[in-house]
Design a protein around this ligand. Structure first.
Ligand SMILES: [Zn+2]
Length: 132
């Protein structure tokens, strides 16, 4: 790495790594040029001279943090949507159950009314039968 050049992201510190090379950090592969693209949609044109395509460790740390944060928010958004869907399913089930309870209650009331009518008719018939 040519130390007369500077990091493409801050133009302050000397570069430590290359923007288009593949590196591994804690088991994850990283291409800093791609991460800039994916995270911020910044397309850094790659210069023909390799020493012009460097990035410093401080900028790498910030980029990695930003990229992690983006993935975290996206993942949380997914989980949030799943939770939302599940809870609306539960709400739907509770609503159905309440409706069912109301139906059962009105059936019971109808049954009671029907029994009352039958009993009254039966009583009338019995009286009539006794009179015969
Ligand atoms: Zn830098």
């Amino acid at each position: 790495m040519n130390f007369n050049t500077v990091c493409r992201c801050c133009l302050v510190r000397p570069p430590d790594k290359d923007l288009k090379s593949v590196y591994t950090c804690q088991g994850k592969t990283e291409v800093y040029g791609d991460m800039l693209n994916e995270c911020f949609e910044i397309h850094l044109p790659i210069e023909p001279c390799d020493s012009e395509n460097g990035i410093c460790e401080l900028c790498i740390a910030r980029l990695r943090d930003a990229s992690d944060f983006k993935h975290q928010v996206l993942q949380c958004q997914k989980e949030f949507q799943i939770k939302l869907t599940t809870s609306s399913d539960i709400k739907g089930s509770v609503f159905k159950l309440l409706n069912l309870k109301l139906m059962v209650k009105s059936c019971k009331e109808m049954e009671n009314e029907l029994m009352l009518v039958i009993n009254t008719k039966f009583a009338t018939i019995s009286v009539l039968a006794k009179g015969m």
